[in-house]
Design a protein around this ligand. Structure first.
Ligand SMILES: Nc1nc2c(ncn2[C@@H]2O[C@H](COP(=O)(O)OP(=O)(O)O)[C@@H](O)[C@H]2O)c(=O)[nH]1
Ligand SMILES: [Mg+2]
Length: 472
């Protein structure tokens, strides 16, 4: 049996938005105009090609007061109010739409009643609740406070207690994985007969989420391999000026890195089912800055002491302020972005902070310029931080939310590499060094890295408790 819940309520209270967020389906139509939905539409939740639960979007109540008085009459004459009302009025011009919203209930769907708790309760709301009570179906009320204020919540909750088996606050624009799971968990309590099947639904949702985090860790791992091993060359005639050639090479290099990051983002969006809506980052996000921008290097990556923990000669060399481009010419490539480097950058000197261009083959017929593989120890931590930030944005963007609202963007602080425990930093640092040395035998280290990242994603998104106290 596939459980079904109908989303019911007054027009424009956020029914479709709640449905979209709960099912992570951004194809659900959401409209600022009330009364646009006139037919029920069912949205299945499919995991691993299997439908596990379905939710049905319904038109809002049109004549709840009239409905109530008609249903009460059936009830008084010991008829089933739901069946009899539908039978009598489904072709009635005035009550056709109200009959339509009852249709899923006739085939056994449970009720999710959505109300906007940021406005006061009215008489029609009470009529709607009473209509739903008279249907006798298992029912839960959802308080979706559209304006965020919960001023009127107590009055709503008092009425919910009288008319529903259970109630929850669930915000269509803010709810994330944790809240979706909590809502599904709570559904179990409204009808004992459904407990087992809803247990299965919740377990499947949780497994699916962890699986998505695993796939994300694979994506991130691929991104790091590609970024760290990226190498580009350019041949120049000896008599030409090197500066424009170096600039062009660096431009190609950073464009390619941006492309790799974009591919990773696109795949992440797919994994987290942001398919239709054109997702955009909050305007103030540090991710709008380029990978090699000052701000990026100021705010992301590890502190000096943390870099030292990650070990390796790179860390020591940086700490001593050495020029890592030893052997190649130091080309002043980063002077343009230098100068204002903050906390971390200043320690290491700005010029070769991100990458270096080697000049090879001087004295021969052509000069070969080479950029990458990037050996800067901070570089992979910055790439990783940017991927983690994107993950935070995409997983906290509720599917029912279609516009950008600045007040919602600071919701949860993203986890960055600098908040990782020492042991993890060491492991990751070790893996990055192996990649940077282009080591062929990285399979084991890569596996450990992926597991560590997956664990971190599970912890930030609420799929796993953190037990390790090794923070510093
Ligand atoms: N700010 C905010 N707006 C919401 C929220 N839920 C719904 N809305 C908006 O309210 C309007 C109606 O939402 P919709 O889901 O179509 O309501 P329905 O008619 O009950 O299906 C749309 O403009 C939504 O963007 C919310 O949680 N916060
Ligand atoms: Mg709707």
């Amino acid at each position: 049996m596939i459980p079904e819940f109908a989303i019911l309520g007054h027009p424009n209270e956020g029914k479709s938005s709640v449905l979209s967020t709960l099912t992570e389906d951004d194809s659900v139509r959401i409209s600022a105009e009330p009364g646009e939905t006139i037919k029920c539409r069912t949205f299945p939740v499919i995991i691993d090609n299997q439908e596990i639960i379905r939710f049905t979007d319904t038109p809002g109540f049109q004549n709840p007061t009239r409905m109530l008085s008609e249903m009460q009459k059936f009830s008084e004459s010991s008829e089933d109010p739901l069946q009899s009302f539908y039978r009598r009025y489904h072709n009635d011009d005035d009550l056709r739409h109200d009959c339509e919203l009852l249709r899923p209930l006739l085939r056994g769907a449970g009720i999710l009643y959505v109300a906007d708790g940021s406005r006061p309760l009215r008489q029609v709301d009470l009529a709607e609740m009473e209509v739903l009570r008279l249907t006798g179906k298992p029912r839960m009320a959802i308080l979706n406070c559209k304006r965020g204020e919960e001023e009127f919540s107590p009055q709503w909750k008092a009425q919910f207690r009288k008319h529903f088996n259970s109630s929850r606050v669930f915000n269509a624009h803010r709810a994330d994985y944790r809240q979706r799971i909590r809502l599904l968990e709570a559904l179990k309590s409204i009808e004992q007969d459904w407990q087992e099947v809803l247990d299965y639904v919740v377990t499947t949702f949780k497994d699916d989420w962890r699986n998505r985090n695993y796939r994300t860790s694979e994506l991130i791992s691929e991104l790091l391999t590609d970024c760290l091993q990226l190498k580009m060359e350019k041949n120049v005639a000896p008599e030409t000026s090197l500066e424009p050639a170096k600039k062009e090479l660096f431009h190609r290099y950073s464009t390619k890195l941006a492309h790799l990051e974009n591919l990773c983002h696109r795949e992440m969006r797919k994994i987290f089912k942001h398919n239709v809506f054109d997702y955009r980052l909050p305007s103030h996000s540090i991710l709008h800055q380029d990978l090699f921008a000052d701000e990026t290097w100021q705010f992301l990556g590890l502190s000096r002491s943390q870099l030292a923990i990650t070990g390796g000669a790179g860390g020591a060399a940086l700490a001593a302020g050495l020029d890592l481009a030893a052997g190649g010419a130091s080309l002043g490539l980063f002077t343009s972005i230098g100068g204002a480097l903050g906390a971390f950058g200043a320690v290491y000197g700005s010029r070769n902070i991100a990458s270096k261009i080697k000049v090879l083959g001087i004295g021969t017929a052509t000069i070969k310029l080479q950029i990458g593989p990037n050996t800067n120890p901070q570089f992979p931590f910055i790439v990783l931080d940017r991927a983690l930030l994107y993950y935070s944005h995409i997983t906290t963007w509720a599917h029912g939310r279609r516009d950008y609202d600045a007040s919602l963007s600071e919701k949860s602080p993203p986890v960055l590499t600098r908040s990782l425990p020492r042991t993890s930093l060491k492991t990751i640092g070790h893996y990055f060094r192996m990649l940077q040395k282009n080591g062929s035998d990285v399979a084991d280290a890569e596996d450990t890295f992926k597991k560590l990242i997956m664990r971190q994603l599970n912890v930030v998104s609420g799929a796993e408790e953190y037990e390790d106290n090794d923070f510093h």
